[in-house]
Ligand binder design. Structure first.
Ligand SMILES: *Cc1c(COP(=O)(O)O)cnc(C)c1O
Length: 425
């Protein structure tokens, strides 16, 4: 494949945008080479500025669970745009999508919409601190909760790829209130809680981690966190920005049968437009302004185009009773095919998969936390990435990212992907 036009566009972009991109992982720094400029996308395919067609496994990092340019979403947005794009006043569609989201997700009564996953997690933590009147939070190494200051302590994916887990600009005052724990290590969490008695407002976690590659919670881990939270009066925040409306209608809470106190959303909930949200039981949500003392606001929050896209997406997922099974089946098929090829070629690897999230770790043992994820062979990943790309398969340009399976993928696409893997080694 030729990337002449992409290269030219990147040179132009670099002059006026730092690193040529508006979000760091897009820049190919971890794999080398020039980022690909997309012209358009439809279903499971990307069409780039050089005229190449690629099978897409990042899907805008998760939102396009039903494929690109999904007609109900596009129609809803076009229709709404003609009627005005923002008012800063309440609209009926905000209630409509809120009602639908509350009906799909277990254990929530009220939801507030924001503009990104970052905002959702940042606001959820502020709410937890206000509600419990405690300051400290526990987060897990390798989990990513957006780029707000208190989370940039060993965050996953982008932050790790760039070797800047503690970003300059985050003050030591902020960092000291974020306590770092090991994913899948309940004893470690217990120790931290005991050392910080009556100081911890919340534990925030990706219930299925997706920002250090895909890492499922081990049996008993989330259950254990739930018990600790009950015992010590700590709120459990599930960051379902990636897993929400992807693993099941009700996200990881439903799939794993565990209730969180506050749930954060992003990605799928916006159908590809900039949307985030956080939700909880009534007594917690009523702590937010204007009802309660915890302040949170947004000029474009609940934006009509974004709500139209999100509503069309949630309706499509809610009305299709087989969609999550189809997604899981396709992902399992891919998992089996990749395993067959990699075993055949004697390539050291571990594949993790939950629902429609899957990742290939080039590591010999189980990958259960940030440390084991970081031990993967990055040279193998780089070569794999470029070889897949040459064969028309676009996976995320970092070993720390999950592949997102979309319902638009056909079994023929999956076979092509498995065949490309076979050619990569
Ligand atoms: C993507 C992501 C975020 C951040 O969302 P943005 O919309 O990029 O701000 C937060 N948490 C998780 C789990 C994510 O995957």
């Amino acid at each position: 494949m030729i990337y002449k036009r992409s290269s030219e566009l990147f040179v132009a972009a670099e002059k006026v945008i730092p690193g040529g991109v508006n979000s760091p992982v897009r820049a190919f720094k971890a794999v080398g080479g020039t980022p690909i400029f997309v012209k358009e996308a439809k279903g499971a395919y990307l069409y780039d500025e050089d005229g190449n067609k690629l099978i897409d496994y990042i899907n805008s990092w998760g939102p396009m669970v039903l494929g690109h340019a999904f007609k109900p979403v596009v129609d809803a947005v076009v229709d709404k745009a003609k009627k005005g794009t923002s008012f800063g006043m309440p609209t009926q569609i905000e209630t409509e999508i809120a009602e639908l989201a509350v009906s799909m997700v277990p254990n929530i009564d009220k939801i507030r919409f924001v503009n990104s996953g970052t905002e959702a997690c940042m606001s959820a933590v502020r709410l937890a601190r206000g509600y419990t009147q405690k300051d400290k939070i526990i987060k897990f190494a390798g989990c990513y909760h957006g780029h707000s200051d208190s989370f940039l302590i060993q965050a996953g994916s982008g932050a790790v790829t760039f070797g800047a887990p503690n970003s300059p600009g985050v003050t030591s005052g902020t960092a000291k209130d974020t306590l770092l724990a090991r994913y899948n290590d309940l004893e470690n969490v217990k120790e931290i809680i005991e050392l910080n008695q009556n100081e911890i407002a919340c534990i925030i976690i990706e219930p299925v981690a997706g920002n250090m590659g895909c890492i499922p919670p081990e049996k008993g881990f989330l259950e254990g966190l739930r018990e600790l939270c009950n015992k010590y009066n700590i709120l459990l925040i599930f960051d379902e920005v990636m897993t929400g409306f992807r693993l099941a209608k009700g996200g990881a809470q439903e799939l794993l049968g565990i209730n969180a106190d506050i749930v954060c959303f992003g990605k799928v909930i916006g159908g590809g437009l900039p949307v985030g949200a956080f939700a909880a039981r009534e007594e917690i949500m009523n702590y937010l302004a204007p009802l309660g003392p915890v302040y949170q606001a947004g000029t474009l929050s609940g934006n009509p185009l974004a709500m139209a896209a999100g509503l069309a997406m949630l309706k499509a997922l809610n009305n299709d009773k087989d969609v999550f099974k189809r997604l899981a089946d396709k992902t399992e098929y891919l998992h089996k095919g990749l395993t067959r090829v990699l075993d055949n070629k004697k390539i050291t690897h571990t594949i993790n998969r939950v629902g429609s999230m899957i990742s290939v770790h080039f590591f010999k043992d189980k990958v259960v936390d940030f440390e084991s994820a970081a031990n993967g062979n990055n040279e193998t990943f780089k070569a794999f990435f470029h070889s897949m790309l040459k064969n028309g398969i676009y996976i995320a340009p970092s070993a720390f990212e999950t592949w997102f399976i979309t319902d638009a993928l056909t079994y023929e696409d999956l076979d092509k992907t498995i065949e490309a893997c076979n050619e990569a080694f």
